[in-house]
Each structure stands twice: as C-alpha cells, then as structure tokens.
Ligand binder design. Structure first.
Ligand SMILES: [Zn+2]
Length: 212
C-alpha cells in the first residue's frame, strides 16, 4: 500500500549521475585472491573508480585485513567474517556487473573504516525519522518477508535496508546507503538494482567519497 509518506516524498524518476566514471582516485591497497575471472570487475573498479582511502584500514594495526577473497554465488554479497566478495559473473563490459563490483567493494570499505558505518547510521536515522522498519514485502507488496527496510524517500528501498532484523539499526551495523549511493553515482539506472538516487543521497555519497 502506498503510504502518505510516499505522497509527501515523491519517487525519484531521474538519474543523479555525476559523470564520475573514469576518475582515478589513486593506487589501491586491496589485494584480491580467489577466482581471477570473477575478480576482473573488482580489479578494474579498484584501479579506476574506487577512492584509495577506502581501501586502507582506519586502524593502522589492521593493515593485514586488506586481502579480499573472491568466490562465486548467484547473488552478489560481502561476507565480512571471511572477507569474501561473492560475484555472479566477471563481465567487465556489462555495466550491471561493474555496478555490482563498486557496490560490494563499498562494503569492504565499511569493514575497513569504522567512520563510514557511523556516518551511515546517522544519515539513516536522520532520514527515517520515526518511520518503522518493515519487511520489503510489507513496504512494496513484493520482495522478501525476511529482509527489512524503511520506506523513507529512498528511490530504491534497498538503500534503507537494515541488518538488525525487525528493529532500527545500530551504530556498527552494515548499511546499504553508501553501496547503493555509489551505484547510483557511477551507473544510475544502468546499475544492478536500477539504482536511482535522490540528490540528498547523492550529496551524502559524494561527501563520503571526498572525506570517508
Ligand atoms: Zn549491499
């Protein structure tokens, strides 16, 4: 059911893409191991688009955590406990694959740099206000019943996903704000989730690119 919040916060229908593709941020320190074929889009993203500072742990005693394994799964993801990125294909000519690569690498950045999660925590709460966490199914009438988000004004409700199931997120939880923000900035509607982002979400993401 469309709610009143949705009426007050119109759905975003246009891309906010800042033509950042091709910008070089510097040499990365992340080392990819495992499936070379699936690592290609990740390697290209690290070389071309990924903010170098995000590859560096904010705690200098954790320098050894920069190794990332790459494995296959039908659904892409980041397994923080084993520092493994899951990719479903390695086609660097496909913008959806490249968008997924920058998404998953942004989760690596969340693991490397505690400040990123803290900023996302604040932004999530600032935007959500008093809204309740609900399942994607409850929010949209389709989608999983065991994954949760808030409606907010996210163009893609996945951006508001929470990992403290059925309750508001904690300060050191993972988020999908920056990962989908990067997809939106770099690939817009060409991204894996057709990730349109609003200008506030874009501004947050740009600030993190500059200072995160
Ligand atoms: Zn994600």
């Amino acid at each position: 059911m469309q709610n009143e919040v949705g009426d007050l916060r119109p759905r975003i229908t246009q891309d906010v893409v800042y033509e950042m593709t091709g910008r070089t941020f510097g040499t990365t320190q992340i080392e990819l191991t495992g499936r070379d074929d699936l690592a290609k889009p990740l390697a290209l993203t690290l070389e071309r688009d990924f903010p170098a500072v995000w590859a560096m742990p904010s705690n200098p005693n954790q320098a050894s955590i920069n190794r990332v394994k790459v494995e296959y799964d039908s659904r892409a993801g980041w397994k923080a406990a084993t520092r493994t990125i899951l990719m479903s294909n390695g086609d660097t000519s496909n913008p959806r694959t490249m968008s997924t690569a920058i998404h998953e690498l942004t989760h690596v950045a969340e693991s490397n740099r505690a400040g990123i999660k803290h900023a996302e925590f604040v932004f999530w709460h600032q935007r959500a206000g008093g809204e309740k966490v609900k399942s994607f199914f409850a929010l949209e009438g389709f989608g999983p019943k065991n994954e949760f988000s808030v409606g907010d004004k996210w163009a893609n409700k996945y951006s508001g996903r929470v990992y403290s199931y059925d309750k508001k997120p904690a300060r050191n939880d993972f988020f999908e704000i920056l990962s989908t923000g990067m997809e939106g900035l770099y690939y817009g509607s060409k991204s894996s989730g057709a990730t349109l982002i609003d200008s506030e979400h874009a501004a947050f993401t740009l600030a993190m690119v500059m200072f995160g």
